[in-house]
Design a protein around this ligand. Structure first.
Ligand code: SF4
Length: 353
């Protein structure tokens, strides 16, 4: 993946400049100080704890982190699908200027699939096995648009062609189990894009696929994003996938954003010890025999967060101050912020890169 990044996207460094101006571009999604907590019998779990994320128009934003870091709960909060005992307890989620927090079930039903759509890791859990894929994608159109069956069918076939489903007319009548994993994921992307949403959330969309199909699906998503006005929020634990298609990256850990930067800035000038650990754990294709790097320790139990920096029990740079108080997000470069005391005073300096 990293080789692909260097070879395939070197010419795309212009994207870095685009990301630099991200703050000036029109924001499609603006999440501000979002707090989504789960009220369990054992106590309050702050799964998302004051997260602010911006996604400009026509950009692919990556949210990366280990399981339990809060990235999927952030996505569910946008969709207003946080299940009990969880709920949003603070913050704002503006989609194209419209506040989503506090919307009724009926209002959100009209927004989901229309202005914001989602694809998940395993399409079989999202597709109904007893209906043809064509019918299911058609329904995604007719629920939100005043179009007849025949026109919806035509739009679906066109969309199937756009996402690279061969023999689109024939595949319209296929059942999910008759398609390969890669084709099912293309159907899901077709369903997510067919109403031309403002935002598509892709939650680990390629984790269940083999590497070749993964590359094809990522390429397809990038192409669709470039051709449409849809912004993409890509949720992943895989830094290689981030390198492949993202313009900007947020690294989350234990419910907070730890580092955020344009993708090339993040890879070239990594700051946070946690992000460094994530990058070091990617296998390097140039090294024949290698030990896979592991970030030592475990993700903290959100019911018993450590005092101070949440990463301090696992951090090789931890200082006494880190165990006393929580760091803020400090500016440390072009459109680059990091939640680490190493960059508190000497912004742009700190630990060796
Ligand atoms: Fe490590 Fe301290 Fe930075 Fe946290 S604030 S990441 S413990 S150096």
């Amino acid at each position: 993946m990293m080789t692909n990044l260097a070879a395939g996207r070197a010419a795309d460094r212009i994207m870095d400049m685009a990301a630099d101006t991200a703050a000036e571009a029109q924001e499609m999604l603006a999440i501000t100080d979002l707090k989504t907590h789960f009220f369990t019998q054992k106590g309050v779990v702050p799964a998302v704890d004051g997260v602010s994320i911006r996604i400009p128009e026509k950009q692919v934003m990556g949210i990366v982190g280990e399981s339990g870091c809060g990235k999927s709960v952030t996505a569910m909060s946008i969709l207003q699908l946080v299940s009990r005992p969880g709920r949003i307890v603070g913050g704002s989620i503006m989609l194209d200027g419209e506040e989503l927090v506090g919307k009724s079930v009926k209002e959100m039903r009209n927004i989901r699939g229309n202005k914001v759509s989602v694809i998940f890791q395993e399409p079989m859990t999202s597709l109904n096995p007893v209906y043809t894929v064509g019918r299911q994608v058609s329904e995604a159109i007719t629920v939100h648009r005043q179009v007849g069956k025949q026109e919806a069918r035509q739009q679906v076939v066109e969309m199937f062609k756009a996402v690279g489903i061969p023999e689109a007319e024939r595949r319209f009548n296929s059942f999910p189990h008759q398609l390969s994993g890669g084709l099912r994921q293309r159907v899901m992307i077709a369903m997510a894009m067919v109403c031309q949403p403002k935002l598509m959330i892709a939650d680990e969309p390629t984790t269940a696929l083999d590497v070749t199909i993964e590359a094809q699906i990522l390429h397809l998503m990038r192409r669709l994003e470039e051709k449409s006005n849809t912004s993409i929020m890509l949720i992943t634990h895989n830094m290689g996938v981030v390198a492949e298609i993202c313009d900007f990256v947020y690294v989350m850990y234990a419910g907070k954003v730890m580092e955020q930067a344009p993708v090339f800035e993040l890879f070239d000038h990594t700051k946070h010890p946690y992000t460094k650990g994530l990058l070091n754990s990617i296998p390097k294709p140039t090294e024949e025999k290698q030990r896979l790097y592991n970030i030592k320790g475990m993700v903290p139990n959100l019911l018993r967060l450590p005092k101070g920096c949440r990463f301090s029990p696992r951090c090789e740079y931890a200082m006494p101050e880190c165990r006393e108080r929580e760091p803020e997000l400090y500016d440390c470069g072009k459109n680059h912020k990091v939640r680490c005391f190493l960059y508190q005073k000497d912004q742009g300096g700190g630990a060796d890169e």
